[in-house]
Design a binder for this molecule. Structure first.
Ligand code: CA
Length: 230
């Protein structure tokens, strides 16, 4: 099937925001008597905030977190995140998005984030790329990544089949979600993880942070048939 759409994760792909998330999670967890190292935050990346909090609650309190606890902890995490220096757009992401847009492909955002601050910045940093009706956020889904629902909803918003799309992700749970939705998944390893973690999660290709977006564009062009390579 010809390629028609590219589905983009946000944190760690469009923004170099993961160091801030890792810090915020670690500090917020500590304030509530829970423990999460910044390193562990990278493994939970892409999970909804409430899902992550529940894992910590199970581990430390041996029960589910209440709705109130989830809201309180997530609020504190968001407050700390918002005091961190504003994350910069990932180098090369704007060029990749513009190239994909010029190819005439549909671009959809699929994020587990509920950070209004970042969602608001998309319009400024990537003008004309992300329409509200082609965005899936934490507010839209019942099941966050690694469940396939966010990517299945992304396909629906793009109006395409799984075989007509490509996903660009950076985190194991995001890759798992995209793979479970049956979509060809490019993982760009922008964080500190061993690339094998991404392959094990189901990535079809793992690219390095340096030069990864250029290689991703080549793959996308090949899949679209706009380059000679087949
Ligand atoms: Ca991510």
């Amino acid at each position: 099937m010809p390629l028609k759409a590219v589905l983009f994760d946000m944190d760690g792909v469009l923004y170099d925001s993961m160091p801030n998330h890792a810090t915020a999670w670690s500090e917020a967890a500590t304030r509530f008597g829970l423990t999460m190292t910044p390193q562990e935050a990278y493994l939970h990346e892409g999970r909804t905030g409430h899902g992550t909090i529940n894992i910590l609650a199970q581990r430390h309190w041996h029960r589910d977190a209440t709705q109130q606890e989830m809201e309180q902890i997530y609020k504190v995490k968001s407050e700390i995140f918002n005091t961190c220096p504003a994350p910069l757009p990932m180098p090369g992401a704007a060029e990749l998005l513009q190239s994909i847009s010029r190819l005439g492909l549909t671009i959809v955002l699929v994020t587990g984030s509920a950070q209004h601050s970042l969602l608001d910045r998309l319009a400024k940093d990537y003008p004309g790329i992300f329409a509200p009706e082609r965005m899936v956020t934490a507010f839209d889904v019942k099941h966050g990544k690694p469940h396939p629902e966010p990517y299945l909803m992304g396909l629906e918003k793009a109006g395409v089949q799984a075989s007509e799309a490509i996903v660009v992700e950076n985190a194991p749970l995001g890759v798992e979600a995209a793979h479970a939705a049956g979509i060809f998944t490019i993982a760009v390893n922008t964080g500190p993880l061993d690339p094998n973690v991404l392959l094990d999660a189901g990535a079809d290709v793992v690219l390095p942070r340096e030069g990864g977006f250029s290689q991703a564009l080549e793959l996308i062009q090949q899949r679209q048939g706009t380059t000679a390579a087949e």
